[in-house]
Design a protein around this ligand. Structure first.
Ligand code: FAD
Length: 419
């Protein structure tokens, strides 16, 4: 029986601890917070989107960074196994729109309770209020040809000065976002100190800040069935169809969050352009005809008074302001050219993205411990023997829909059984 320490009581750490203990190891789970799963508690707006029930090829395609690294992890522990795990631990699940899986109760706390029951079942020693300060290791001379390690883990040192010796250590400290939940990037430091490669972190699944002042007037407006494009000076970086939301600083909502994850962090060093097509179902000709119908129905009215059926109420004053057509102009005096320009505006409402919001509001962290320093079949470090990484501390991320938790479960499982 080996002694295993797991650092971090989030989804990845709890899974690693459970599976390491299921293999007959003595497992201690070290969590600096007063309770387990503080971030898990706020997932899915308190409902916890546990995983996604789509085919695994769809799950793979929704991983944005380093999906290939996840082949072993996803194949060893897929979404079906996650589903069964929770049902077996008295957390009935349901599948919603977009194959998103939630607890039937709609309470993330039930997911955490299920995990706690599981940890108890296999006698994991959970130590709360226990913060790891550094990893302890010694030099290592490989005993087999294939081994590349030059270090071997020996335990951890806590912030209170106590040292705990162990045969194996799993780092599951999470990313760098929503730091009040405990994910303060400690694992990055541990990894760097031992010489692991590191990919610079940036906020992911996060809203955009917009330069144009008029955006503030739209605060609270949600647009459904619109399409967006994001462009750099050189090329189109992203397009999507769906839902978005205006906020007091810019734009948010599902499409925008996905764009923030899919566009490479480097692109945000310069201003980007965001274009919204407010009527994606109509081409320019069809839209012109639609506008003409509105103009004919209000033949003696001013331009500003005929837009009620075209846009949500909140959007009308902004569209009037941005339009080339003077607000007070009678619609029968509007020229074909002016109409054409207005059509263009509706099909390409332009905004300037001046940056992403901070880590404080980011659902995930992009970047982290480089997967180049970790063995994808075991989650073991390639530098330090018997040290493992799992979850968001690694340079892995996906779009919304339950995929990020699937990464935590699958990599946590693999790290756990590899111990
Ligand atoms: C608002 C929000 C909503 C989300 N909703 C969803 C969703 O519905 N579905 C989905 O798939 N994903 C969602 N995510 C993403 C998901 O929560 C994360 O990807 C996931 O929690 C990562 O799990 P983890 O175990 O790697 O890290 P974390 O959950 O961050 O856990 C890390 C743990 O390590 C502990 N720790 C850190 N350093 C130390 C140390 N030095 N000593 C001891 N303990 C330490 C922390 O206190 C923490 O408890 C959401 C994220 C946010 C912020």
């Amino acid at each position: 029986m080996s002694k295993v320490l797991v650092i971090g009581g989030g989804p990845a750490g709890m899974f690693a601890a459970y599976f390491a203990a299921s293999n007959g190891n003595e497992v201690i789970l070290l969590e600096k917070n007063e309770k387990l799963g503080k971030k898990l508690y706020i997932t899915g707006k308190g409902r916890c989107n546990v995983t996604n029930a789509s085919d695994m090829d769809v799950v793979f395609s929704n991983v944005v960074t380093n999906s290939k690294f996840l082949y072993s992890a996803f194949n060893s522990y897929d979404n079906k196994m996650v589903y069964d795990f929770f049902e077996d631990h008295k957390v009935p699940l349901k599948v919603e729109r977009g194959n998103r899986v939630f607890p039937v109760s709609d309470h993330s706390s039930d997911v955490i309770s299920g995990l706690q029951r599981a940890l108890k079942e296999v006698n994991v020693d959970v130590r709360l209020h226990t913060e790891v300060k550094e990893l302890l290791y010694e030099g290592y001379i490989p005993t087999e040809k294939k081994e590349k390690f030059d270090k071997k883990i020996t335990g951890v040192k806590l912030t209170n000065g106590q040292e705990i010796k162990a045969d194996r250590v799993v780092v599951a400290t999470g990313g760098f976002s929503y730091q009040t939940t405990g994910s303060t990037g400690d694992g990055y430091r541990f990894a760097k100190d031992l010489g692991h490669k590191f990919v610079e972190v940036s906020p992911g699944l996060v809203p955009f800040e917009i330069k144009e002042e008029w955006v503030k007037e739209l605060q609270g407006l949600s647009l459904k069935n619109v399409s967006i494009e994001v462009h750099s000076a050189k090329k189109k970086l992203y397009d999507d169809f769906g839902e978005m939301l205006f906020t007091h600083f810019g734009v948010s909502g599902p499409m925008i969050l996905s764009a923030s994850a899919r566009i490479r962090p480097k692109e945000f060093e310069k201003e980007l352009k965001l274009y919204i097509d407010l009527k994606p179902a109509l081409d320019e000709n069809a839209l012109d005809k639609r506008i003409l119908r509105e103009f004919e129905a209000g033949i003696n009215k001013q331009f500003k008074n005929v837009l009620g059926k075209l846009f949500p109420t909140k959007l009308i004053p902004v569209m009037i302001k941005l339009s080339p057509i003077p607000a007070d102009k009678k619609v029968n005096d509007v020229s074909k050219e002016e109409r054409k320009e207005f059509v263009k505006l509706i099909k390409n409402l332009p905004m300037t993205i001046i940056g992403k919001r901070s880590f404080k509001e980011a659902i995930i962290t992009k970047g982290g411990v480089s997967v180049k320093s970790v063995n994808p079949s075991t989650m073991e470090s390639k530098i330090c023997k018997d040290l493992f990484f799992c979850g968001e501390v690694l340079d892995l991320d996906a779009v919304t829909g339950g995929y990020n938790l699937q990464i935590a479960w699958s990599t946590g499982y693999l790290a756990g059984i590899s111990c």
